[in-house]
Design a protein around this ligand. Structure first.
Ligand SMILES: NC(=O)c1ccc[n+]([C@@H]2O[C@H](COP(=O)([O-])OP(=O)(O)OC[C@H]3O[C@@H](n4cnc5c(N)ncnc54)[C@H](O)[C@@H]3O)[C@@H](O)[C@H]2O)c1
Length: 241
């Protein structure tokens, strides 16, 4: 999803710093962006580390000279009964999904000018509880309220902070979920996800590009009245029951 958002922003003329943990895909991404004629730079990042978050922003500033938009799109998924969640699961999910985005925002703030935008990719699981994914839900619920509180703090500086709350998006995360938690039948796992949607047989996963189009709009000047929002993109999953 982060890559799709970066592509959407690059197409509108942004120079983009791509940040990720695994280095091979990160540098391949940089090459693909450059081959497509975009201005892009790969920056290693481990969101679990405060030093890495600050270094990521410093490297980006040294490369690009300015920072107009920060997208927090990384995340990890863990699911299972509450008793099965280890302290290490809790720490990983909270560090990557909640503390990391906060550290990135802290590191970015001294550089963000008036009119800048921060966008956090939360989840439908940050708006309503996700049965079987208590720790993930807690991290995304925290990210939603972090977004809203920061929107108030940063409004006087004319920096907007919003969150997107997608339901299931066709990315490697869904594949990871299906492979890891699908009891050997990833297709059945994905079918079970789709059965929950109000669209019935017509239900489908959202594409990363659908999220990216809306993300690009939200950080643009056209959306300057929108801050503190946590917007569902979920086929109505959180509309009610
Ligand atoms: N795919 C979905 O169905 C879905 C739905 C709602 C919300 N989300 C959220 O959207 C965001 C993007 O998810 P995605 O579907 O693109 O998942 P993804 O697994 O495809 O991508 C997640 C990225 O986070 C990176 N990452 C993990 N740990 C990291 C760390 N310590 N430091 C830096 N980067 C790290 C991974 O390397 C990966 O590139 C996540 O926050 C996720 O929780 C996903």
């Amino acid at each position: 999803m982060g890559r799709a958002i970066a592509e959407a922003l690059a197409r509108t003329g942004y120079a983009v710093a791509l940040a990720d943990l695994p280095l091979d895909p990160l540098y391949q991404g940089e090459q693909a962006f450059s081959a497509a004629g975009h201005v892009a730079c790969a920056v290693p990042l481990d969101l679990r580390s405060r030093a890495s978050c600050y270094q990521c922003v410093a490297t980006t500033m040294a490369w690009g000279g300015r920072l107009d938009v920060l997208i927090n799109a990384a995340g990890v998924w863990r699911e299972g009964a509450p008793e099965s969640m280890s302290e290490a699961d809790w720490d990983l999910v909270m560090d990557v999904n909640l503390k990391g985005p906060f550290l990135m925002i802290q590191a970015a703030l001294p550089h963000l000018p008036e009119g800048a935008a921060i966008l956090n990719i939360a989840s439908d699981a940050g708006l309503v509880g996700n049965k079987g994914a208590s720790v993930y839900s807690a991290s995304k619920g925290g990210l939603v309220l972090l977004t809203k509180a920061l929107a108030l703090d940063l409004a006087p500086r004319r920096i907007r902070v919003n969150a997107l709350c997608p339901a299931d998006v066709a990315t490697p995360m869904i594949e990871f979920q299906a492979e890891t938690y699908g009891d050997g039948d990833p297709k059945a796992y994905k079918d079970r996800l789709l059965m929950q949607y109000p669209q019935g047989a017509a239900a489908r996963f959202i594409t990363p590009q659908e999220i990216a189009s809306f993300a690009a709009y939200l950080v643009s000047a056209e959306a300057s009245a929108i801050t503190g929002a946590a917007l569902p993109i979920d086929f109505g999953m959180t509309a009610g029951y």
